[in-house]
Design a protein around this ligand. Structure first.
Ligand code: HEM
Length: 518
């Protein structure tokens, strides 16, 4: 293996070290190690397998691109946290350019790190990653409940009119898109709107596409063979941008009230455009495309949650019992119920673990060192979080779908007034004055706050900005469906998911929905 020259810039001296690159399988001419990845359904499974031979950090050459794979928590932290500033780039795949009008730097997730990216992230954070107890967080909750109530009504009318299984995915995708466009732009669309339906389908196709890997990513000279495919990608994203421009941005620009308080993400973006001459209109359109596009992940995740309960009636029973206990079947589920529905929330988290969404590859923007090995500028770094999600080193029975792994019991002290409480009193309470509020210990179940090896949204400076939107909106949508329907599959075999993938193909399994009697 060749060596890398690495400049270590300390306080006083500049030292040049010759460091070995990490070990790895011998590459073949032209294709490099691509054949080593074809041995499994997902390249991440192949990484886990190769780690058994080469260790938790190893090198590959894909086509002619040097790559590094890191397979354990300590190494992942070393890459993304300690050395994050050296690994802020993204791979230069042709597909990524096609999806963003010829330049992947138009995309927040696929661009290299830059000052523009820092500004875009900051701009997006307030609306797309609001903190709990802020107005924006509360608005996510009210939009999610509003759209879920609409969804349940639509599903009830479909379920009551057919005995067959339902092609649920497009309906969930439209609901997710309406959650996002309603929250970010105060616009929602009717299910009967053909143009809207087409755009939601395009987004879903792109979400699947972005979750796949192709030989052409590392063998760019294959591009002519992929011409049709690449043209399709460009076409989808062009249609999406014209929709966003004509149906969302231009509509708002006609009615923009610049004196009123900022009402949503779109308002915020248009104000920056007005006030900052260095920001151009395309930046705003691409940002909207990126963030509205996030809805596809919510729709796909909820489909996976429904598949999970269709597969496992015991999980379904617990989710329904928990929801019924809180809502008493009398009102819709809201985001503020989340702390009282830990098993339901844990089911969504278990789906995220089980699906094990891959982390977008990073690229070394300068020569660096990981675990004592040299990493050349331009090296693509794969973070194997499939290993983090499925290894027995981190989870008990990782192959089992078990939401309770995300739960913990703890004791809290609560004050109670013995006169008002209809429960059994303890001896110490009975002996106290009748009206005096007393303290008692209560056991509560809650979702574990921090599991260091559970990193579905990654860590470090390129961490996901959409995690609040995902976890809140998918929770409300999933719980609302579970509150109203029993979910079942015609054939459990159909529910099979691709490993290390949070996406399902656009055309996927159908499910039975049977309205529940409250
Ligand atoms: C199931 C849902 C989702 C999962 C599992 C997920 C996970 C991830 C992961 C692993 C990354 C890469 C982090 C890294 O490179 O280290 C990422 C980046 C990103 N995500 Fe998400 N994400 C989800 C949904 C969303 C949504 C809904 C949005 C927006 C509304 C969003 C916006 C972004 C953006 C903008 C980035 C790029 C950040 C950057 O590179 O600076 N994500 N996400």
């Amino acid at each position: 293996r060749k060596t890398v020259t690495w400049k270590k810039i300390g306080k006083r001296s500049v030292e040049v070290a010759e460091l070995k690159t990490a070990p790895g399988p011998m590459p073949l001419p032209i294709i490099g190690n691509l054949h080593n990845l074809g041995t499994h359904e997902s390249p991440f499974q192949a990484f886990t397998e190769l780690a058994k031979t080469y260790g938790d950090i190893f090198s590959l050459t894909l086509g002619s691109t040097p790559c590094l794979v890191v397979n354990n928590l300590e190494l992942i932290r070393e890459v993304l946290n300690q050395n994050g500033k050296f690994f802020g780039g993204r791979p230069d795949f042709i597909r990524f350019h096609k999806l963003f009008a010829g330049d992947r730097n138009n995309s927040l997730a696929l661009c290299d790190w830059s000052n523009l990216q820092t500004r875009r992230r900051n701009l997006a954070r307030r609306h797309c990653g609001p903190k709990q107890h802020t107005d924006n967080f509360a608005r996510i909750g009210s939009v999610a409940t509003f759209e879920s109530i609409e969804l349940v009504q639509t599903l009830k009318s479909i379920a009551n009119s057919t005995e067959s299984s339902i092609n649920l995915k497009p309906i969930l995708m439209s609901t997710a898109m309406n959650m996002f466009s309603h929250y970010m732009c105060n616009v929602r669309f009717e299910e009967t709107d053909e143009e809207f339906r087409k755009i939601v389908d395009h987004f879903d196709e792109i979400f699947w596409e972005i979750n796949q890997g192709y030989a052409v990513d590392f063998l760019p000279w294959l591009e002519p063979l992929y011409k049709k495919h690449m043209d399709k990608l460009s076409g989808w994203s062009q249609d999406i941008r014209s929709f966003i421009l004509s149906r969302i941005v231009e509509q708002r620009e006609m009615n923009l009230d610049t004196d009123a308080p900022e009402k949503d993400f779109l308002d915020g973006l248009l104000r920056v455009l007005r006030d900052d001459p260095t920001v151009d209109r395309n930046t705003i359109i691409f940002m909207l495309e990126d963030f509205l596009g996030g809805h596809s992940s919510v729709g796909n995740l909820v489909m996976l949650c429904l598949a999970a309960v269709a597969r496992d009636p015991e999980v379904a029973k617990k989710v329904k019992a928990e929801i019924d206990g809180v809502t008493k079947g009398k009102r819709a589920v809201t985001l503020s119920d989340r702390s009282n529905l830990p098993y339901t929330e844990a089911t969504v988290l278990e789906c995220l673990r089980y699906a094990s969404s891959p982390i977008v590859p990073h690229v070394a923007t300068e020569n660096a060192v990981v675990a004592g090995y040299g990493v050349e500028k331009g090296t693509v770094v794969f973070i194997n979080n499939y290993e983090l999600n499925t290894s027995e080193q981190y989870w008990k029975e990782p192959q089992k779908f078990d939401p309770s792994r995300f739960l913990e019991r703890s004791k809290i002290r609560v004050r109670r007034n013995s006169q008002c409480d209809s429960g059994m009193e303890s001896d110490s309470e009975r002996s106290g004055p009748i009206n005096k509020a007393s303290e008692m210990e209560k056991e509560i179940v809650s979702v574990k706050k921090n599991i260091p090896h559970f990193l579905p949204f990654s860590i470090g400076k390129r961490t996901c900005i959409g995690q609040t939107l995902v976890t809140t909106m998918s929770f409300v949508m999933f719980a609302s469906i579970m509150q109203e329907f029993d979910v079942a599959a015609e054939n459990l075999e159909d529910l099979r998911q691709k490993p290390a993938c949070v996406a399902l193909p656009k055309d996927t399994f159908h499910l039975y929905l049977v309205p529940r009697k409250h």
